[in-house]
Ligand binder design. Structure first.
Ligand SMILES: O=C(O)CCC(=O)C(=O)O
Ligand SMILES: [Fe+2]
Length: 314
């Protein structure tokens, strides 16, 4: 009987030791990052700056937030497509989430907090911000490694200058007996890169290249799953594929997770010339990232096999 490969996401350490651009350990890390992204579209980063205190603080803040009445939570709205409250949806009854634009800045968090707690909530702001700032920091390090690893580091600054971060805080309640365990449907992320951090309840599942689904386990309090979105897939000219993933609630207790998604809001997303050659002909036209999100947000485009290929594939 043929045995299936047991999949496990690569774990890559990000500590003060290996984070100096130009050093040998930096280039060793970017090679690991690129091979993990090319193999799975994601990996587990062990980021030692996420301490036990930061980890507990962020999930304590999220419990307080989700305990607010629904009529308050639905006030989380945005002019940008898919940036606001999501919940009470019959096909994903376990799932509820809110979007916080610019959550890695005090102003972004305060704008959101004012809507949820008109008299303010400094504890919530502080707890969330200590996590979101670090996750964005990690996102930028990984993006720099990807750019340098592909030999196009010269585009990194303008890329980062164009980036905006949407944070989504999520709660998946435990299913009742006999209720379906599906927490969130299979999808690819529409942004450039995502960072995902969870409480102690596992549930994130990834589809490997061979079609097998596997659950991401053994995450520590300093673990962040770093995942490629459709925009990175297009930018890399399909070297990196945005992985299909979903959430299944097979464990006891509620799962809380916090994700940050980077969107290129100033410049068009464009594959560097250096990544286009005879072996890798151009596969995607340059595109406006928020317009792509708007395209995906329309009902008729929600179930496309690959929204990004339909939108700007060559
Ligand atoms: O909760 C998670 O771990 C994943 C959430 C997710 O895939 C998303 O929000 O795009
Ligand atoms: Fe996702």
């Amino acid at each position: 009987m043929g045995s299936l490969k047991a999949h496990k996401l690569p774990v890559i350490e990000f500590t003060t030791k290996n984070l100096k651009p130009g050093t040998e350990s930096w280039s060793k890390s970017y090679n690991e990052v690129i091979s993990a992204l090319e193999e799975y579209g994601c990996f587990v980063a062990l980021y030692d700056k996420i301490t036990q205190e930061i980890h507990s603080g962020v999930f304590q803040a999220m419990e307080e937030l989700f305990d607010l009445p629904t009529h308050t939570k639905v006030q989380n709205k945005s002019t940008k497509p898919l940036y606001g409250y999501v919940g009470q949806i019959p096909i994903v009854p376990l799932y509820e989430s809110m979007g916080i634009d610019n959550a890695n800045t005090l102003e972004g968090i305060q704008n959101f907090t004012k809507v949820m707690w008109p008299n303010g909530n400094d504890g919530f702001c502080g707890n969330l911000l200590s996590y979101t700032k670090l996750a964005v920091e990690l996102d930028k390090i990984v993006v720099q490694m990807v750019f340098e690893g592909y030999g196009v580091g010269k585009y990194y600054e303008s890329h980062i200058d164009s980036a905006n971060y949407l944070c989504r805080v999520m709660k998946y309640r435990e299913p009742n007996i006999n209720e379906n365990k599906m927490g969130f449907v299979a999808h690819t992320d529409k942004n450039f890169m995502s960072t995902i951090h969870q409480n102690q309840v596992d549930g994130l599942e990834i589809k490997a290249k061979d079609g097998e689904w596997f659950c991401v386990r053994e995450l520590s309090q300093s673990s962040i799953v770093v995942m490629a979105g459709d925009a990175l897939m297009a930018w890399s000219n399909d070297r990196i594929k945005s992985p299909h993933h979903r959430v299944t609630m097979a464990e006891k207790g509620a799962r809380y997770s916090i994700a940050q998604f980077s969107f290129m809001e100033k410049n068009m997303v464009q594959t560097p010339q250096e990544l286009i050659d005879d072996d890798h002909p151009m596969r995607y036209k340059p595109f406006d990232h928020l317009k792509y999100l708007e395209f995906f947000s329309r009902k008729e485009n929600r179930s496309l096999e690959s929204a990004i290929r339909t939108y700007c594939g060559v």
